[in-house]
Every structure is written in C-alpha cells, then in structure tokens.
Design a protein. Structure first.
Lengths: 290, 568
C-alpha cells in the first residue's frame, strides 16, 4: 500500500537539503504533492522560495532527490520534459518593460515551446482573459500598475496549461478583489494540475487549498489539511475582555474583545473556533520563529 | 490506484517540440525587435550621415566609394552591437533569469534564436547600401559598384551583432555593449597607425585614401573577398562564443570547440590572403597609366582645347568644358600654343600598395612616377587630379572658378606651368585683373565667396617682393586642390582682385572693347594695374598696407622666395 502511495504522488521530494554559506535553507525536506492545490506557509527565510525553485528545476539541491511525474530533473532530457509541463511564477519577477503585454506573453509562450502560431495566439488570449487584462494587450508593461504586473506574472505561468503550477507568493500586490478573482482563477483551471503556492495569506490557504504544508527553519513542520492545521490550535485560542499576558499573541477584534493565541489558556477561558492562521502561529512560535 | 493517478498514467508524454521551430520563433521576435529598435534606426541615420560626409565632396569613384559606404556600415554595426548585447542580456538585466531557467527552451536555444534574429539588422544594412548606392549613382558615379565590398559591409554589421550577443550572454550591463561598440570603432579608427596591408585585417579600414586617387580599380585590390570571408568567420566565431557561454552539454561544447578552431583557421587563411602583395603586373599597369597618361587616357579636342581623361571619366567633360569655354568666349585673341586640360593619376605609391615588393622595385616605380607629366610639366597644361573634382554644390562652383581662372591665366599669358619651380605672383600686372575678370564672367562665382578671399581684418599678408609685402587674395576654393595638386599655380594679389571686382561693375561690353583694342598690350607683363584702371576710367582700388612691425614679422617668417611671374 505504501508502495502505491509513492508511485501515485505527482511530485515527490525526499531528503532535500540546500545550504547558502552557513545558512541551511532546506534541511532534509520530504514532501509529496498530489493534483490539486497545496499551500506552502512559512515566515520569510523559512526556505519556501528555495524549495519552489528546486521543484521548478531552476535550482539543484545539495542533497536529496526530486521526482516530478516520475521524471528525474537531474537527467537533462527529463528535466526538459518537466519544464514542458511546468508553469512557474518566481517570487521576484522582473519584466521586459518595453514589451507590450501580449508581446511579452507571446515571447514566453515561444520559450515554452508553443510553436504553433495560432495555438500561441489562442493561449495568450486565454490567459489574458483569465487574469482580466484583455484590454491591456497592446499596453507597454512599463505603463502597468504593480498589481497588473503581478497578474501578468500569473498569466505567464498559466501559458500552455501546465500540469505543475508553482506560484511563489502570487497574491502579493493584489487588492482584495483581485485576490478573490485569483482564487476563482485557480478553481476554474481547465486541467487538474498540481499546484503549489506559497503565501503569507493564511486565509487564501484556508479558502482554496485542500492541503497545506508549513515550512519552518528549512524543515516541514506540518503537512495536512487546513482544517487539521486549524485543529492543532484547538483549546489554545480564547477570547477575553482584557489582554491576557500569558498569550503568545493578542489582538483586539472588531467587537473590541481581545483574541488570544497561546499554549496556556486560563481556567474557564472562553475558547473560540481556531483558524489556519492560529495553527500556523502556534507552530511558528513553537519553532521559535516568531 | 486513484483516478488522478490513472489519468496521469494514461496521459501521453508531450511530443518534444522541434527545437528548430522554437529557434525560428525566437529569431522572428528578435528580428522584429531589431528592425524596430530606435538604436538601430539611430545607427542607420548616423551611418548615412557618415557616408554622405565621405562621398559628397567629390565625384564618387566606385572603387573607393564602396569602402566609404562600409565606413557608414561600421557606424550601423556599432549600434547593432549595442542592441544585440541589450537583447542577449535582457533576461538577466530585467530580473527574469530564474523564470527563463524554468523554460524548456534552453539558454543555448535562446542564444541561437537571437543569433538568427540578427537577420533583423539586414534590412537596415541593405537600406544603407541601397540609399548610398542610389545617392552615388545620382551624383554621377564613375566605375561600377563593387558588390563584394558592399557585401563586406553587411557582414560587418552581422559580425558586430554576433559579438554583441556574445558579450550580452556573459555581461548583461548595458555598458558592456557600449564598450564593445567603442572597441570596434577604436580598432578600426586606429588603422592610420598601421602601414602596409595589415590595415585590411582590421574590421574596417578607416583611413585608406590611396583608392581615391587611382584612375581605375586595381585587379584584386583591396582584397575584398578575403576580407568578407574574414568578417564572416568572425561572425561565426562570435556566435560560437555566445553559444559556448550558454551550452552545458559536453558533446555540444566539443562541437563548438571544433567549429571555433575551423573559424579561427579561416580567419587566419583570409588574413594571409589579405597580406599578399598586389601582383606586380597590376602595379606596373597603375604606374604606367599614371606616369604615362597618354597610354591610357582618351583625349578629345573641343574649341582648340585638348581634354584628356582616363577611361570611364568622360562624364566629367561637360563640367570641365563649361568654365573653359566661358573664358575663351571673352578672350579677344588666344595664345599660339594649345591648352591641355588633363587628369593626373596617382603620383606616389604608399606602403599599402607596395607592401611585399622589393625596395628596388618600389624605387623603380617611384622614379617612373617622378617622370609623370604632372610632375615634369613639360607644356602648357592644367592638371586635375583624379578623385578631386566636386560633384555638385558650392565646391563644384569653386572648382569651376578655379579651372576658369587657370584657363584665363593661360589666355593672358600668366604661366600656369613651371618645372618644379617656385610659384610666382603677377605683382602689379594688369593681366592678372583681366584673368580674374574673365574667370568671374565664365564661372559666375557667388560674390560672397569672392569677398571671403579678402583679408579678414582689412590688412592682408603675402610674399615679400623686393622688400614689399604683397597682400594676397585667397579665393576660398583655391585650397580645395581641384586645379593643380602641386601648388605651383600663380598666387593672386589683393590688388588684382579688387581691380577685377571694379571691372565687373562696368558694362561688360565697355571692358571688352577696351581689352580688344589693345589686347597684346594688356597681357604684356609690364602693363600695370594702374594703366588698366586708367584705360577703363576707374580709380585704382586702394590696398591697405600692413604696419611696419607686421611687415618685418611676415618677412622673417615667410618661406622660400616667390618670384614675380614672367611670360607664360
């Protein structure tokens, strides 16, 4: 049965380690990704971007192995095959500012080996419609707002209907409506790709990710459903009229009452329903990474 | 097995996209960007301006102009180099390196596409060639276009683009391309420091000027075919460097290394061919046709004036005849001896031409050229060097006036030939003013051009004639060198010009009658300006005398003595 699980995982990483100088970015990471959306949570410097860049075949691990759709990125031909099935949005994406929106997407589509001109045009039109930039097709990128550029970055990752979609902080810079549209976009993808997205927005994870992975100090500290992550905070989130110094973190909500997250709730505490964010905060605190 | 797993297992692996198709797609985009590049457009315009500056002053000779068009291509090549470097470094410079690294099209494929995209520079180069060739033909080119040389200019642009990509794949900063372009210009512009055939090894030879004075193309020279081969091999070598930076596979690198060695070998071979001496027979022919023009020139006689031109230069004849005939139409009586207007070929062979030939042979050629009529000046002739007759505009007007003045000097007996002797000045000789007046009537120079020959501050300098400084009238066009390249035409005095100018304010017929009545007297060497002025009934124009201190300084500083002109 275990053997079956291993063989059906679309993406599998085992024992991944990566070090930059004295800093361990990844430390013996094991990970399996199935079709559907996996959210990757972690503070800055936790190794999320390094992990995603290795999965995207841009970086190589110092140790460990990666298998994507059964293909080994260490092999040149198989690496190319992985890339043909990949859509990638790096965390800090630049742009050819003098290109038009459509021109940029067309160029990226060429680099994704979409060589049929009509199919390429259709693909560019499709992703432009998906991110709501059809009317900006002829606009130079330098004239776009930051949010529009981020949407353009998402659009390029969708070209070619990738089977593996790696999105590093895709909602950074998006306004609330655009974030909701982004959720809708991922839900409406025509194929059923493996999607892994890193974000600081726990509510994004809760809303669209059937699976969440928490990465802390280069190690996977949690892997499960958002509900399971929230459940780890059960009986450790409480409400009170006054601030409780025993809590790791406290804030006053819209109803003027204090919401506390901590390992030592007072006796008779008024427990409230924990969220993904609460679970993540407690994990993070436990790892000493607040 | 889950549904997802089954679907994954059933999904066939995508067929590998043909790499060539991706390369061609990239090439198409890059070519389009290059075609629309403001930088390339600026290079095209600047190249056109450079070519125009080179070709417009004189009647263009194709065997020379083709290289000058290449000098404009060098400017375009610099722009293409910068544009190509910017394109090659674009991903890295714009923060897209990680994204690009995730694509199936490798850096090598992108580099190949960008190299193929250099086709986008071809239209600009062809436009430059076409426009220049059109302008050259419109001006009135002599000879036939040298296709190999023109193609060499195109290859120069492509090679520079390949070099730009090689630079850009390694150095993304825009300054790298600018430095590359400056290096290209620096190497080419330093050709004046080299002697011999080495200059042809440079990307483009910038200082050659011997081609502009030879009366026809030299067989196999310059070595255009070998130079084009050298440029093509350089383009291949630069492309190999660009690919070597991006390609990882050992086999591919080995292939590139082999191709690189072949390209270097081809460059060496092309270089060796370019360094070969010009065949002795070709130089013998050049020396013969220059030293003994009669063996090559075709002479025609019209209105008792003999015009001798090298084959192919016949189109210049009307432009020469007009000012000469204009003078002759106003001369009451011609001298007994015939006037000859003749072209002069090259009068010396520089080291670029004689490279590789024994010194004794070179000395023989020099000696033979030293006996050329233009040097020995055996008779009454006006010599016009090949490649110096202006094509149009103000310089052509100047040249026509110069030719008219030389013809008028001949008509009035002022010596226009002297056997390597010092130049003379027709000081206080009425025939000088008459000659200038005749030239003005024949060539109709602009009054401002004539006035510009007067001293700037009213007090002119000139030669010391028997202890007197004779202010000189320096007609601006006289320095252009169209008439007589050897500096032994007579000087013109300020007094002579002022008197001629005063004559032009009189009715032409009145002056003509006065001259006709006593022509032999007026062209006599002893007849003075004052006598002519008196006969015409006009006051003798006053010429400001330089202050004593200035006179002393001018006398102390002047060169060899200049004689008063005698009989022609």
């Amino acid at each position: 049965m275990d053997q079956m699980k291993v063989s059906t995982a679309a993406v599998r990483a085992s024992g991944l380690s990566r070090q930059y100088g004295a800093t361990k970015a990844l430390d013996n990471v094991d990970l399996t990704l199935e079709r559907g959306i996996t959210g990757l949570l972690g503070p800055n410097g936790a190794g999320k971007t390094t992990l995603l860049s290795i999965l995207a075949t841009v970086n190589e691990p110092d140790a460990g192995q990666v298998s994507v759709f059964g293909l080994d990125p260490r092999d040149g031909a198989e690496r190319v095959e992985i890339r043909r099935r990949l859509g990638y949005l790096p965390q800090e994406l630049g742009y050819h500012r003098h290109f038009t929106v459509a021109g940029f997407l067309d160029y990226i589509a060429i680099l994704k080996e979409i060589t049929d001109r009509r199919r390429r045009a259709d693909e560019v039109a499709r992703v432009l419609a998906a991110i709501g930039l059809e009317s900006r097709a002829r606009t130079r990128i330098r004239a776009l707002s930051g949010g529009m550029r981020q949407r353009l970055g998402i659009a390029q990752s969708l070209l070619g209907e990738p089977e593996l979609l790696i999105l590093d902080e895709p909602t950074a810079g998006l306004d609330p409506e655009q974030r909701l549209r982004f959720r809708e976009l991922l839900s409406d993808l025509p194929v059923d790709p493996v999607i892994v997205l890193s974000t600081h927005q726990a509510d994004d994870i809760a809303a669209i990710c059937p699976k969440v992975v928490v990465l802390l100090q280069g190690q996977v500290r949690f892997s499960g459903t958002p509900a399971e992550l929230a459940a780890t905070a059960a009986s450790r989130v409480w409400a009170a009229d006054e601030r409780d110094p025993r809590a790791h973190l406290s804030w006053r909500g819209g109803d003027s009452r204090w919401r506390h997250v901590g390992d030592q709730p007072p006796d008779g505490a008024e427990f409230v329903q924990p969220t993904v964010e609460d679970g993540y905060l407690l994990l993070s605190h436990a790892a000493g990474q607040r | 097995m889950t549904i997802t797993a089954r679907r994954q297992a059933q999904r066939p692996a995508r067929r590998p996209a043909p790499r060539l198709a991706t390369v061609l797609d990239i090439a198409r985009v890059e070519a389009r960007l290059l075609v629309r590049s403001g930088l390339v457009l600026a290079g095209l315009v600047a190249g056109g301006v450079v070519i125009w500056l080179f070709i417009h002053p004189v009647e263009p000779l194709w065997w020379n102009v083709a290289w000058e068009i290449g000098e404009g291509q060098l400017v375009l090549a610099m722009a293409v180099l910068v544009a190509a470097q910017l394109a090659a470094g674009r991903a890295s410079r714009d923060g897209l390196a990680d994204l690009y690294a995730s694509f199936p099209a490798s850096a090598g494929t992108r580099a190949l596409g960008q190299l193929a995209g250099l086709a986008g520079a071809i239209p600009a180069s062809l436009v430059l060639i076409g426009a220049s060739a059109g302008a050259v033909e419109l001006i009135g080119a002599i000879g036939t276009p040298a296709i190999t040389v023109l193609a060499g200019g195109l290859l120069l642009v492509i090679a520079a683009g390949a070099a730009g990509i090689a630079i850009g794949t390694r150095f993304a900063h825009p300054l790298a391309g600018v430095l590359g372009a400056l290096a290209l210009f620096g190497i080419s512009s330093q050709s004046g420091r080299f002697s011999g055939a080495v200059i042809w090894l440079l990307p483009w030879e910038f200082h050659q000027d011997d081609l502009g004075f030879i009366p026809g193309p030299l067989t196999g020279y310059p070595p255009a075919g070998a130079h084009a081969t050298e440029l093509a091999a350089f383009a291949v070598l630069a492309a190999i460097v660009a690919l070597a930076v991006t390609v990882r596979a050992v086999r591919a690198r080995a292939g590139l290394a082999t191709a690189g060695i072949a390209a270097v070998a081809l460059i060496g071979l092309a270089g060796a061919v370019q360094l070969r001496p010009i065949p002795t027979a070709a130089l013998n022919h050049l020396v013969t046709e220059s030293a003994n023009p009669a063996s090559a020139q075709r002479c025609t006689t019209a209105s008792q004036v003999r015009y001798c031109l090298y084959p192919g230069f016949g189109s210049l004849l009307p432009s020469w005849q007009a000012p000469v005939n204009g003078v002759l139409a106003h001369v009451p009586a011609r001298p007994g001896h015939t006037l000859t207007v003749s072209q002069v070929g090259t009068t010396s062979l520089d080291s670029t031409l004689t490279h590789g030939h024994p010194k004794r042979q070179v000395a023989r050629w020099d000696a033979e050229l030293g006996r050329a009529p233009a040097i020995v000046r055996p008779g009454s002739a006006i010599y016009l060097p090949v490649g110096s007759w202006p094509a149009f505009g103000g310089q052509l007007a100047d040249a026509r006036f110069n030719l008219a003045l030389a013809a008028a000097d001949w008509a009035t007996g002022i010596p226009i030939t002297s056997s390597n002797g010092p130049e003379c000045v027709p000081f206080d000789q009425a025939r000088e003013a008459i000659a200038i007046w005749l030239a003005i009537l024949a060539a109709h120079p602009r009054a401002s051009e004539l006035q510009a020959g007067l001293p700037a501050h009213g007090i002119g300098a000139g030669p010391d004639i028997h202890g007197t400084i004779v202010p000189i009238w320096n007609f601006r066009g006289a320095v252009a060198g169209q008439v007589d390249p050897f500096g032994s035409i007579p000087l013109t005095t300020e007094a002579g010009y002022l008197l001629a100018h005063a004559m032009t304010s009189l009715p032409e017929q009145k002056v003509a009658n006065v001259l006709k009545d006593g022509w032999s007297r007026w062209i006599n060497v002893r007849t003075t300006d004052a006598q002519l002025a008196a006969a015409l009934g006009i006051p003798m124009p006053k010429v400001p005398v330089p202050p004593t201190a200035l006179v002393r300084r001018l006398i102390a500083n002047q060169g060899p003595n200049i004689e008063v002109c005698g009989s022609g």
